[in-house]
Design a protein around this ligand. Structure first.
Ligand code: PEP
Length: 260
């Protein structure tokens, strides 16, 4: 059985005071759930220190394609690992749309994370226009193929896929559990061809809130969440993590209300 995973993407938010306050409000990862916080890289070391002794793990939001070089402003996956990161978000839609990351660059970054010993969290997802024109599945399949077609099965060990429909990120328009599950099932099917379907964790991301999380996590192919805005609120994030802990019971009883 796959362990639930909840990942906080703090994006470019927070400062030293915020981290001290968040660490004092947020307790620990619930039993049975892996919790990963991805702060801005500048605060990674402070975060690691602030949560020492708890079960929280850490990640970065991006890595360079190479381990070192004359690349002003970039940071290597190896550097993130050196600072205490174990995970790396790869191919977030903001990196794709605002920083011009093509599928080919995303594939290189996936390999860079693996090379450094980080667990990549590969983000895929369609825009609203792509969904409205019936190209949601084709878009996600192409994004997956760019990475999976060039990665031998061992490279996919410990990788996570996050389905993040672009139209849901930061908009408040969370995908319904049915819409999310439909895409997750398709992603799982695609992973089956790579021989890693059963063990790869699939996360949903896009305006997850504390009150809708349990219903999403109860879906058969959703193993947790990638959380942006709500992860900046320690109480809301803790509730989302608890919803992930409750997901197996919610799925069994098919009761998706009141499980938080
Ligand atoms: C994200 O940016 O990965 C994300 C899911 O953001 P939000 O939860 O704010 O939609």
């Amino acid at each position: 059985m796959r362990r639930a995973l909840v990942v906080a993407n703090w994006k470019m938010h927070g400062d030293r005071r915020f981290i001290t306050s968040f660490a004092s409000q947020y307790g620990d990862a619930p039993v049975g759930v892996d919790v990963v916080i991805c702060p801005p890289l500048a605060y990674l070391a402070q975060c690691v220190a602030a949560f020492r002794g708890r079960r929280i793990r850490f990640g970065v939001q991006n890595v360079a394609t190479v381990p070192s070089g004359a690349l002003t402003g970039e940071h290597a996956a190896e550097m993130a690992r050196d600072l205490g990161a174990e995970y790396a978000i790869i191919g977030h839609s903001e990196r794709r749309s605002l920083f011009g990351e093509s599928d080919a660059i995303v594939a290189q970054k996936f390999q860079a994370a693996k090379r450094a010993g980080l667990n990549p969290i590969l983000c895929v997802g369609e825009t609203l226009q792509q969904r409205r024109s019936g190209r949601a599945h084709a878009t996600v399949h192409a994004q997956l193929a760019a990475v999976l077609d060039n990665a031998p099965a061992p490279a996919l060990e410990h990788a996570t896929i996050a389905y993040e429909p672009v139209w849901a990120i930061g908009t408040g328009a969370t995908a319904t559990p049915a819409v999310a599950q439909d895409m997750h099932a398709a992603i799982r099917e695609r992973l089956g061809r790579a021989g890693v379907a059963a063990r790869t964790r699939l996360l949903y991301g896009g305006s997850i809130k504390a009150d809708g999380a349990a219903a999403l996590f109860a879906a058969a192919d959703i193993d947790g969440g990638l959380v942006g805005g709500a992860s900046l609120d320690a109480t809301a994030f803790a509730a989302i993590c608890c919803a992930a802990a409750c997901a197996p019971c919610a799925a069994t009883t098919n009761d998706t209300t009141g499980t938080q």
